[in-house]
Design a protein around this ligand. Sequence first.
Ligand SMILES: NC(=O)c1ccc[n+]([C@@H]2O[C@H](COP(=O)([O-])OP(=O)(O)OC[C@H]3O[C@@H](n4cnc5c(N)ncnc54)[C@H](O)[C@@H]3O)[C@@H](O)[C@H]2O)c1
Length: 431
Amino acid sequence: MGEPTEFYATETWTAGIIGLGYVGLPLAITATNAGLPVIGLDIDATYVDRLRAGSSPIEDVPDEQLAAALAAGLEVTTDTDRLGDADAIFICVPSPLGRNREPDLSYIKAAAETIRRVAHPNLLVSLESTTYPGTTEDVIVPVVLDAGLTLDQNVWVAFSPERVSPGDELKIADIPKVVGGVTPASTAVATAAYERLVASVHPVSSAAAAEMAKLLENTYRAVNIGLANEMSQLAEALGIDIWEVIDAAATKPFGFQAFYPGPGVGGHCIPLDPQFLAWRAREANFATRFIDLAEQVNVAQPGYTADRISALMNEQRLPVNGSEILGVGIAYKPNIADDRESASIEVLRELEAKGAVVSVLDPVVGRKRIEEHGFVAVDPGDDLSRFALAAVLTDHDDIDYAALAAAVPMVFDARGTYRARGLSAPNVHAL
Ligand SMILES: NC(=O)c1ccc[n+]([C@@H]2O[C@H](COP(=O)([O-])OP(=O)(O)OC[C@H]3O[C@@H](n4cnc5c(N)ncnc54)[C@H](O)[C@@H]3O)[C@@H](O)[C@H]2O)c1
């Protein structure tokens, strides 16, 4: 192999990717586009068949892009043995929280077991799944050592957090990548490998630093969204328009980044990632007060939003109980179909608990999924006259908000949608 950094910087090495979801599939395509042979492994056979047929389940990966990568040699398989050909293996499997908000490492451990089976000398292993600081050392290193390999001689192990942002234009090749190895040589080798894939790599001195950097990024967002949510509640109590306040503060050219209130936090990153840090902190007997406070505010926000909707209806002498309410947008963020951990759904469940009859308009998530949640699905263009109120909970671009305000007696805008689009109507009330 020669010098390993030289090898990964210049040779045509084979990339193996475990898990071909939101993170792994774009990475597989990025590596293929970089001119490397790529073997993508997933345990879900139906899913792999779909990928093989060129049908992409991920919005950010158009079918044409997948088809082009397959034509360029991207291999997708359920056969773990195929990873035996890989010179570098990237782990992109889920890392959820367990029932008691503790890290569920079962997927990472299963991927590590796959690596144990296929491990061979001259191998780089990089974990990309979000997790607590120490996981790469605790879970990946023992497995490669157990497979008979020797760190820094014929195996290098690193963590590199994934920063893909579903629904955004930014492609992973353009997003700077943090890379931390379990040894300095591992950092150097992983950096050389990632420099083949992305425009900019930021090496750090340990895998744990890279693991914590990812958690800091998302904790920063959770805390600031929590602050925006609390400020919006305060502004309401003081009779001040929070949206006007934030827009005014955002004119400061330094020292302020605008975060906006909403119905709560959603998705599988912002609500979850700070909990990895909180869990690790508990083990070290350390209290993470900012994380706990942000969690407290953000978790209460769907209930607060539902209460604001009830109060608005009450002002109009309308009961929530028995009224038809339209939820607009149930994805966790605009312009994507992913509704995991969506706060919008929490708001609608709260309204149902108060007796409302809830329907949902979300052309991005689609009828099938809306009905799976037990809501009545409404299509764009349907007659909306039966609804007492429409609550804009996720502001997809694909919705005619002016027409919505004209079609229903009241709109509750939990996202500042109308203001952001320069629209106004007397029956639109912002969070
Ligand atoms: N989706 C995001 O926006 C995002 C952003 C940054 C980080 N992350 C992190 O990246 C990791 C992956 O997330 P994702 O959103 O891509 O998940 P995902 O659920 O979209 O995809 C994971 C894939 O891994 C496959 N898989 C599970 N166990 C496997 C195994 N043992 N062998 C082979 N395949 C296996 C699943 O079948 C699935 O297709 C998580 O740790 C997540 O927190 C996600």
